[in-house]
Design a protein around this ligand. Structure first.
Ligand SMILES: Cc1ncc(COP(=O)(O)O)c(C=O)c1O
Length: 378
């Protein structure tokens, strides 16, 4: 035990020395760091739906969906989401992390090949590790490099391409149309993680698959319900045969207690609101556009994409932490993102904009950030 404690303490000291030690810190100040892009997490209509359901259903589901944890409200929710997303079927998982593990560990077999964007989220990386396919990592969002790899790698098995649609730490979109063309030509199964796009993009707000017009070329999408939808969990959406298979085989679905049933009621309201309140999405993207312009005017290299996520890359871990702390002390809840969440040497502030922020706040924030960056130069 002593040996273990010594080893772990050394690791903790090393994290501290290199500016990588994390602390659990509850929200405080103006939200420029959460994924509650549309403000639904604290919406009264969602709260009421959940509270009413707690009253009739209780809190916990009491078991796996395959046992006594099943409820008709989960299947009703899944039908509603599938209709919203325009797919045959959907399956609700208690988190996006678990949904990604499920998809990549269930469908990828020996002899298959998986093409995988270098900057895909940790949950996709962990899913990839569980899958038995050969893994080919391609340069971030680079459809030309991907095409070259696809033509040079032979397999008699199935090929898969996995990408986020909007990248969570860089805020840039994947070239989905190019990917769809390639996947159609080469018979590759395209899997798209829409965690940061569902609820925001497309005429109906279903995500970047819709906005890119590639729905017919996607095998499965994974849609987190804990970000723009404001609640928690995630939907895997796709053909009925694939969803049926997940129910039989996905270990993170089968061997885990189902989500609290009242969550389904809140999510049903959230999905309706996405359809009924397109103005929120417009306001979100208008705010994002203004903030991006303000940051770029200060000389910050923010990607031009229409995206609510803006990385301010500072490089050094300590610099990112010090600037984030200073912003927090001035009332702006901005968090430092460090390796291994992002590649070494690219520690950053991940600024995520919200629909309910006003212009004055954005101007004040940018001034405060610029002052802080000046005080803490490289
Ligand atoms: C791209 C991406 N996929 C999946 C997830 C995991 O989703 P969840 O938070 O619902 O577990 C996240 C979470 O941050 C994410 O950013």
């Amino acid at each position: 035990m002593n040996m273990l404690e010594t080893r772990i303490r050394e690791q903790l000291d090393k994290l501290e020395r290199t500016g990588m030690l994390r602390e659990l810190q509850p929200p405080s100040g103006i939200d420029l760091s959460s994924n509650d892009y549309l403000g639904y997490a604290s919406d009264m209509r969602l709260k009421l739906a959940m509270a009413k359901a707690i009253w009739t259903e209780g809190c916990g589901s009491t078991g796996s969906r395959l046992l006594r944890g099943e409820r008709s409200r989960f299947s009703a929710l899944e039908r509603q989401f599938a209709e919203f997303k325009g797919t045959e079927a959907a399956l609700y998982f208690s988190s996006g992390y678990l949904a990604n593990l499920a998809v990549l560990s269930t469908f990828l077999d020996e002899g298959d090949v998986l093409f995988f964007d270098r900057l895909n989220h940790a949950s996709l990386i962990d899913g990839m590790k569980l899958g038995r396919a050969r893994k080919i990592i391609f340069p971030h969002a680079n459809s030309e490099a991907l095409r070259r790899l696809v033509t040079s790698i032979e397999t008699s098995g199935q090929r898969f391409l996995v990408t986020e649609s909007l990248f969570s730490m860089d805020g840039d979109p994947a070239p989905l149309r190019e990917y769809a063309d390639l996947c159609r030509e080469a018979g590759i199964a395209l899997i798209v993680d829409e965690a940061h796009a569902v609820g925001i993009y497309g005429t109906s707000g279903t995500g970047l698959i819709e906005a890119s017009g590639i729905a017919n070329d996607v095998f499965l999408s994974i849609n987190s319900a804990g970000k723009a939808l404001g609640v928690s969990g995630a939907f895997v959406a796709g053909p009925a045969w694939a969803i049926d298979y997940l129910i039989q085989r996905a270990r993170t679905f089968i061997f885990s207690t189902a989500a609290p049933p009242p969550v389904a009621d809140a999510l049903r309201v959230a999905i309706n609101l996405i359809a009924e309140e397109p103005d929120r999405r417009r306001k979100l993207l208008a705010n994002a556009c203004l903030l991006r312009e303000l940051l770029r005017c200060r000389g910050l290299d923010i990607p031009l994409a229409e995206s609510p996520i803006m990385p301010v890359i500072l490089g050094e871990n300590r610099r990112a932490v010090v600037v984030a702390e200073e912003l927090q002390s001035r009332g702006f809840d901005v968090r430092a993102i460090r390796p291994p969440t992002v590649p070494d040497g690219t520690a950053r502030l991940r600024i995520s904009i919200k629909a309910n922020l006003n212009e004055v706040t954005l101007y004040e924030f940018v001034q405060t950030l610029a002052d802080s960056l000046e005080r803490h130069q490289k």
